[in-house]
Write a new protein. Structure first.
Length: 209
């Protein structure tokens, strides 16, 4: 069973991917991790990615596709994968189709207000980098790290304006992919609002595994 996960930042697809992988033996493959590993291991493709990223450029489709193709070729246990962060463009989706069979595309739907609430409540410790959430995982004392007593702060990326901007970019980028996979008959919408365990359960029901 090979899956693609689509979902806005803060829709919780990473958490659900990890849970689903644990329960079913599917391998989660995130493009972000793939880039980092290739750069760290200094593979041929990794060195190319590294020089592009160091120059502040965007990794071109062909390179991303080559990396994913290489990674998928090494996936031989036959259980399947969860692709997270790929494909991101129609060109990537077209290429993927030529070398890999996708069984379903899971589209996690969470209303923007909910995502803004989730992301804007995140806090980080200035000293030890521990993560908190003012609602879901509050520190014992407001704005103070439980672990080291350091001051907590909000990342710039997690300000409501910045989140709104990221959501708009995501929607514009992803709508063509949603249409693409709908046309292919592979798209499954999943309500990403409940707790991750519940969302994971809905995914398993929807794909029958
Ligand atoms: Zn701390």
């Amino acid at each position: 069973m090979n899956l693609i996960f689509l979902g806005a930042p803060g829709a919780g697809k990473g958490t659900v991917a990890a849970k689903l992988a644990e329960q079913t033996g599917l391998t989660p493959i995130s493009t972000g991790d793939l880039f980092r590993a290739a750069v760290k291991n200094e593979t041929d493709l990794g060195l190319k990615v590294k020089s592009i990223m160091e120059a502040g450029g965007l990794v071109p489709d062909e390179l991303t596709i080559a990396l994913v193709k290489e990674r998928l070729a090494s996936e031989t246990d036959g259980k399947g994968v969860i692709l997270d962060g790929f494909p991101r463009t129609i060109a990537q989706a077209d290429a993927l189709k030529t070398f890999f069979k996708i069984d379903a595309v899971i589209n996690f739907i969470v209303p923007d207000e909910k995502i803004i609430k989730r992301l804007s409540g995140r806090r980080l410790c200035r000293q030890c980098n521990a993560g908190y959430h003012i609602e879901y995982m509050p520190p014992k004392t407001e704005n103070v790290c439980d672990a080291c007593g350091g001051e907590l702060f909000t990342r710039k990326d997690d300000s409501p304006e910045s989140i709104q901007n990221r959501l708009a970019v995501y929607a514009a980028q992803t709508q063509p992919l949603i249409d693409y996979y709908k046309k292919e008959g592979l798209l499954i919408d999943i309500d990403g609002t409940p707790q991750p365990d519940t969302v994971c359960e809905s995914v398993r029901k929807a794909i029958g595994c």
